[in-house]
Design a binder for this molecule. Structure first.
Ligand code: NAP
Ligand code: MG
Length: 510
């Protein structure tokens, strides 16, 4: 690929279209910044409509005329394994790229994100091997026939991801699409595109995929993403991001009745039952609420405590938050890094002000950390609000930052009502020593994932996705693969004779 350096010494990345690295047709670029210090990290080509047209045309040709949709699942699986192996060889480099680009603490990218992304790719490869046929029950009416379902790729898939969890998310979008024989035009967030670019570099160097099977366009969502999602030659849009943009994507997909899957926002409840193991609860809540500064769609942003435990748990949480290390994401000691952008910090700070105005109490945090290292980064302290009422905006709206709203409840029915009183329904966690009781609560929670005594654990073999305005469709596991296929029923008549057919009785004269 073109890997020049700009006059300022920054690396310069192009788009990947039809097996080639290409600048924007009009030469336009945008700059990618390091959220820990506001410094520029890289210059990227910013796609024009003509570039998106070319990327889609390449994917279209690779699907309509290329060998890819008809390549055997075993071969596709081998290629996915080879991609995963090549990425694994870059494990630490990828972790550093992601940490610098998105401000994710290096401990998280090193020990979670890259490994999980690779597991997802490999999981898709294995599932793909046995995917395309599904026998149906034997049928003898009107005559004996053999029936089965053939799973076929949908076609050209536009895949759009946000800046958080970018490496993993790229893996869980590309993996199932490729495993099932689709072709792709991919758009990462312009706030953190670098780990996706690294994946495409690896794919290019391996040279195992036919040209045009995967294409990468870069640039802002309102321009590039919208044009891509609306394009009549795209068959499916797989989108992860905000609920607001998700609504727009549905509307853009409507004219062609495109297939759409949406993974959107969340306001996820962590419900502590009175018998819970409090050591586990305190660890789990910090993990649920403040992992990647709460910038994860499934983050636990509401904590529901029995009133009898409220003060004890809050006290212990505050004590532990005090000990968390806020700092440079590239430092392996860091627990809490910066937010992704100045805009995101403004949004989070606006919500902290709203929480105060609404009458909630800041138990800890609420400001920016002080010190030389924080001056140019987009840092916000981990913040816990107590005295939160269910109708407050900080209890209802997705903040997407290190802000936890604590609500007290008197009986479990009330906790379940509060948890479900949301436009969202992505995830929740239930904390109890009594698994039967925890399961009974889990059953009544309207969300796509419920963890019991755990949070944030995404499982490459388990479906992930939302109820309600958290979206629809599932990613990961067999359900995730199915979202990239059309279902074709094949009926094979086995009798080879005219008598006994439907047509015999209902239409044709004897
Ligand atoms: P966002 O604004 O919706 O952006 C997500 C992606 O869509 C980015 O690539 C963005 O590009 C692009 N985009 C923006 N406007 C677009 C438009 N009009 N048409 C097409 N594409 C467009 O979300 P964000 O603020 O970056 O990310 C945070 C949100 O994502 C949160 O609400 C969070 O809950 C949600 N999220 C959900 C999940 C999940 O799996 N359910 C996972 C992660 C995040 P640019 O960034 O380049 O503008
Ligand atoms: Mg960035």
């Amino acid at each position: 690929m073109r890997h020049e350096h700009s006059p300022e010494g920054l690396p310069h990345y192009d788009q990947y279209i039809d097996g080639d690295w290409q600048p924007a047709s009009n030469g336009q670029t945008f700059t990618v910044f390091d959220p820990a210090n506001g410094q520029p990290l890289a210059i990227c080509a910013s796609a024009t409509h003509a570039d998106v047209d070319r990327a889609i045309a390449a994917a279209r040709a690779a699907f309509d005329q290329g060998p890819w949709p008809h390549t055997s699942p075993a071969r596709r699986a081998d290629i996915l394994h080879a991609i995963a192996d090549a990425l694994e060889a870059r494990n630490f480099e990828l972790a550093e790229i992601e940490s610098r680009d998105a401000g994710v603490p290096l401990r998280k990218t090193t020990y979670n994100d890259i490994t999980l992304g690779l597991e997802i790719l490999r999981g898709c490869a294995e599932m793909a091997r046995k995917h395309p046929y599904e026998p149906l029950p034997w049928t003898d009416l009107p005559t004996v026939s053999w029936n089965f379902v053939w799973r076929e790729p949908i076609g050209v898939c536009a895949q759009i991801i946000p800046w958080n969890y970018a490496f993993c998310m790229a893996a869980w979008k590309l993996g199932p699409a490729l495993a099932t024989g689709n072709t792709v035009v991919f758009k990462p967030s312009s706030l953190a595109p670098l780990s996706t670019i690294a994946i495409f570099q690896t794919i290019h160097e391996l040279n195992l995929l036919p040209k045009g099977v995967v294409n990468l366009v870069l640039g802002p969502g309102s321009e590039v993403g919208e044009y891509l999602a609306a394009h009549p030659a795209v068959d499916k849009v797989a989108f992860t991001g905000s609920t607001e943009v998700g609504r727009k994507i549905m509307a853009l997909a409507a004219p062609q009745i495109k297939r759409v899957t949406l993974e959107l926002g969340g306001k996820n409840a962590m419900i502590v039952l009175p018998d819970a193991d409090l050591d586990l609860v305190v660890d789990g809540v910090l993990w649920g609420a403040f992992y990647h500064s709460g910038q994860l769609c499934e983050a636990g942003s509401r904590l529901l405590l029995p009133r009898s435990l409220h003060d004890t748990v809050v006290e212990r949480l505050v004590e532990r938050v005090r000990g968390m290390k806020i700092g440079d994401p590239m430092d392996l000691e860091t627990d809490i890094g910066p937010l992704i952008s100045e805009r995101q910090r403004e949004k989070v700070e606006r919500y902290i002000a709203i929480g105060r105005e609404e009458g909630a109490t800041v138990a800890i945090g609420g400001g920016r950390p002080l010190g030389e290292v924080f001056v140019n980064g987009y840092y916000v302290e981990p913040t816990i609000f107590t005295g939160v009422q269910p109708e407050m905006r900080i209890a209802r709206e997705e903040i997407f930052g290190p802000v936890l709203a604590v609500l007290a409840y008197d009986e479990i029915g009330e906790a379940i009502r509060i948890a479900n009183d949301s436009i969202y329904g992505l995830a929740a966690s239930v904390w109890s020593r009594d698994l039967q009781q925890a399961l009974a609560v889990a059953q009544r929670i309207r969300a796509g994932t419920v963890w019991i005594n755990e949070h944030h654990v995404l499982n490459p073999r388990a479906p992930f996705g939302g109820y309600r305005q958290s979206g629809f469709g599932r990613e990961m596991g067999q359900y995730g693969l199915d979202e990239y296929t059309e279902v074709k029923h094949i009926h094979v008549d086995l009798m080879q004779r005219r008598q006994g057919r439907l047509w015999w009785d209902t239409l044709l004269p004897e």
